[in-house]
Write a protein that binds this ligand. Structure first.
Ligand SMILES: NC(=O)C1=CN([C@@H]2O[C@H](COP(=O)(O)OP(=O)(O)OC[C@H]3O[C@@H](n4cnc5c(N)ncnc54)[C@H](O)[C@@H]3O)[C@@H](O)[C@H]2O)C=CC1
Ligand SMILES: CC(=O)C(=O)O
Ligand SMILES: [Mg+2]
Length: 473
């Protein structure tokens, strides 16, 4: 089946090719099945046989099978092996622990371990605050999940969640130099999760909650924030909201509209949808309507089991309209998708107000694909790295935690989140801003430092910083 190929679905075909077979036969077979050749390498060459690795982007598993069959049918070609680059990068996991001090002899050993270590233990026993200078606490964050809302894949459990959590830990390290560790819990019980996180908290300078489904995520975060003295941050709520706001600040400049005048429609009222709604309300948006697959447009007068839907009904939908997502989108200036794949259509986009802004942020498959939506929208963004305008919480969590850890903040509060959003938006200069560039790249090395600086300033101003880092007065 042909479809859109993706840089993240890449296979490597190792082929034995007899000399009589022209390469164009292979290229045609790949092309005809919808694959795209990304690279060709020679592994070995002899008089009778050339072994090549052909790296090919495919659209899905069905496309992969079709492509392999088509190539293997070419006379004089043998398919030796097929490997998947994404899986190869996960072999053995993506993280390891390094020690900072070499242990080469007994003397080293007696300092880093017993007997020397005992004196350090007793110093910490007398003054636990010294953990920030004498242990890994200063620079270590726990990435905690129960595997119940992993990307848009849903409740796939703690083991299946590991690759995402290892990925988040890598991003903390690569982007912000923060050490972090994936902690995937084999329980969905709210009280158990709270108790476990509180029990492991002594090791960590911060807790990043990840991919915990709503509405449990709200209580878990609220309780941990109240009961711990280190920052607790549910990334899917606040990291997403910060980045979404940054994107919207810039997108509105392009279309010449104000926060206070726009109508925003949300698909998905889970962790991310609720937090983004709160962030927009704080930023001055007055007209927000939210819908989900299960209950349609959330409105006053309906009885919802989910307590967050009750809250949502009270704080959105000023005209108290009812119906489906498709009804809600009528006349909307902005669509924000934090739900699941392919939930809106071109017909829905045609009903939006002038210069539609569409943030289809569901991962890995957005609410509508950019190539489908683009002819009908002015600004299009997704959560993915293979399209322009990547609105993904990775733009926020490394920098916001870097700032919070550096000033030993007791919390990450609203002031710090707003500061982070404006910091991210500010990186795209007025002269650079355009429909394809509303948000800086994840690889823009100014992002983390700019967010860190503004977050530290906001933490100091709002009274949650316990330490004034060097360079801040
Ligand atoms: N781009 C980004 O940075 C981020 C994107 N997300 C994406 O947002 C989505 C929701 O994440 P969370 O709020 O953490 O999950 P959640 O489980 O807390 O909430 C999901 C919400 O989406 C709705 N939903 C799920 N599948 C749907 C479908 N096929 N059609 C319509 N509604 C559907 C549910 O009813 C619920 O309201 C996921 O796809 C996730 O990958 C989440 C966080 C960050
Ligand atoms: C990006 C992210 O955190 C998510 O899709 O869940
Ligand atoms: Mg997430």
């Amino acid at each position: 089946m042909k479809g859109q190929t993706s840089g993240s679905y890449t296979i490597i075909l190792r082929l034995e090719i007899e000399p009589a077979v022209p390469f164009i036969r292979i290229a045609n077979a790949v092309h005809e099945t919808g694959g795209e050749i990304a690279a060709v390498d020679i592994v070995s060459k002899s008089k009778n046989m050339t072994v090549r690795d052909i790296t090919v982007s495919v659209s899905n598993a069905e496309n992969e099978a079709e492509l392999i069959e088509s190539v293997s049918k070419i006379p004089g070609i043998g398919v030796v092996n097929v490997s998947d680059r994404t899986f190869l990068m996960h072999l053995g996991g993506k993280l390891e622990v390094h020690s900072k001090v070499p242990i080469k002899n007994r003397d080293d050993l007696s300092h880093v371990y017993t007997p020397g270590v005992a004196r350090v233990c007793m110093a910490l026993h007398e003054d636990p605050a010294k953990a920030y200078s004498l242990t890994i606490k200063r620079n270590t964050v726990a990435v905690v999940t129960d595997g119940t809302a992993v990307l848009g894949l849903g409740d796939i459990g703690p083991i299946a969640a590991m690759p995402v959590m290892e990925g988040k830990a890598m991003l903390f390290k690569e982007m912000a130099g923060i050490d972090s560790f994936p902690i995937c819990l084999n329980t969905k019980n709210t009280e158990e999760i709270i108790a476990i996180v509180k029990s492991i908290a002594p090791v960590f300078g911060g807790i990043n909650l990840e991919d915990i489904s709503s509405p449990r995520c709200f209580e878990i975060e609220e309780r941990l924030k109240r009961e711990l003295y280190i920052p607790v941050f549910h990334d899917d709520q606040h990291g997403t909201a910060v980045v979404m706001l940054a994107g919207l600040i810039n997108a509105l400049k392009i279309v010449g509209k104000n926060m206070s005048d726009i109508k925003v429609v949300f698909s998905g009222i889970g962790a991310a949808g609720v937090a983004c709604t709160k962030m927009l309300l704080a930023a001055g948006v007055k007209h927000i309507v939210g819908a989900t697959r299960s209950v349609g447009i959330v409105h006053r007068g309906a009885a919802y089991d989910n307590p967050m839907f009750q809250w949502y009904a009270q704080h959105s939908n000023p005209d108290n309209v009812t119906g489906s997502l498709s009804d809600a989108i009528d006349g909307a200036d902005v669509f924000i998708g934090l739900s699941g794949p392919n939930v809106i259509t071109v017909e829905d986009l045609k009903k939006m107000a002038r210069d539609p802004i569409v943030f289809a942020m569901a991962n890995p498959t957005p609410e509508i694909l950019p190539e489908v939506a683009e002819p009908y929208v002015r600004v299009m963004a997704t959560g993915r790295s293979d399209y322009p305008n990547q609105l993904n919480n990775v733009l926020c969590f490394p920098g916001i935690f870097r700032g919070a850890l550096d000033c030993q903040a007791t919390a990450i509060n609203e002031e710090m989140k707003l500061a982070a959003a404006y910091a991210i938006a500010s990186i795209v200069g007025e002269d650079e801003l355009n429909e394809q560039y509303i948000i800086p790249s994840v690889f823009n090395n100014r992002v983390v430092e700019t967010v860190r600086k503004k977050v530290i300033e906001a933490a100091m101003k709002s009274g949650v910083a316990r330490k004034i880092p060097h360079g801040f007065a």
